[in-house]
Design a protein around this ligand. Structure first.
Ligand code: DGL
Length: 283
């Protein structure tokens, strides 16, 4: 395949559900001329309660589908899959550029934090595996990272219950203990990382729980920049051209519940998705 043909291929983006659409939105802003093919593995969601072995198996199956569809790069827009399965995906599909969200999320956190005391929220699997804790302390040795699994946030986001009493109560239960100080010289975290791509939808209630003094960051914008740099470095970037190529196309695949994916996904992406735009896929 010529370099020109390769540049014209879409970028694959994958998550367990609609959460990765928060990353897709940032990717579209950063790379408006690119075509994107998004896969939500809705039949197997949630990933965050599964064992690392199962997450690796699911992530490899999802990557296989997107590679068969001819993507030029793959964005793993799921912290759980990034934390558990990036090495396995990269090994299987080398030299395809595969970019995860944990490292960019850790970069955003380190850039935002003055004190080096950083709180992380994610799925059970992401927090248990310690990938954020490791990535943050690699970038900033001596950083103090406190992490809390907030798995119920995934269900709330998938359900569209992003405000109201239930969401507020869940946020309080998770975040008040995370930010509580033990009174023995404990220093408050000045930054909170949303280490799950479903969580940005709950930002207003998370903000209410932690107050205005805490920086809240996620990995969407830093991931989009990392993808741009990687494509540039490999001469795979598609820029808006003088010939007038404007906004690239968007296509969606879901492994179950296309109507539900379209209805909820529109909120994550910021533009409506018609059920007819989502292809049902069995993997
Ligand atoms: N959105 C995914 C993440 O970023 C996982 C949600 C789930 O399937 O539990 O971790």
């Amino acid at each position: 395949m010529s370099a020109h043909d390769q540049r014209a291929q879409p970028i694959g983006v994958f998550d367990s559900g609609v959460g990765g659409l928060t990353v897709l939105r940032a990717l579209q802003l950063e790379l408006p001329a690119e075509d994107f093919l998004y896969l939500g593995d809705t039949a197997r969601l949630p990933y965050g309660t599964k064992s690392p072995q199962t997450v690796v198996r699911y992530a490899l199956a999802a990557a296989d589908v997107l590679v068969r569809r001819g993507v030029k790069a793959l964005v793993v827009a799921c912290n759980t899959a990034s934390a558990a399965a990036l090495p396995a995906m990269r090994e299987r599909h080398a030299p395809l550029p595969i970019i995860g969200v944990v490292e960019p999320g850790a970069q955003a956190a380190v850039a935002a934090s003055r004190s080096g005391h950083i709180a992380v929220i994610g799925t059970e699997a992401t927090v248990r595996g310690g990938a954020y804790q490791a990535a943050i302390t690699r970038l900033r040795p001596g950083a103090v990272v406190r992490a809390m699994a907030c798995q119920v946030f995934v269900a709330l986001a998938e359900e569209g219950w992003i405000d109201g009493a239930v969401a507020r109560d869940a946020a309080q239960r998770y975040l008040v203990p995370l930010f509580a100080l033990n009174g023995k010289g404990d220093i408050a975290s000045d930054t909170l990382v949303l280490g799950c791509t479903h969580f940005p939808l709950l930002l207003p209630i998370i903000r209410q729980s932690v107050g205005t003094a805490v920086n809240i960051v996620d990995s969407a914008a830093t991931t989009a920049r990392a993808v741009r740099e990687r494509l540039e470095a490999q001469a795979l970037l598609r820029e808006p051209g003088p010939s007038g190529r404007g906004i690239g196309s968007l296509r969606f695949l879901a492994t179950d519940g296309v109507a539900r994916f379209a209805a909820i996904g529109g909120g994550f992406l910021g533009v409506a998705i018609a059920p007819g735009e989502v292809e049902l896929l069995d993997i």
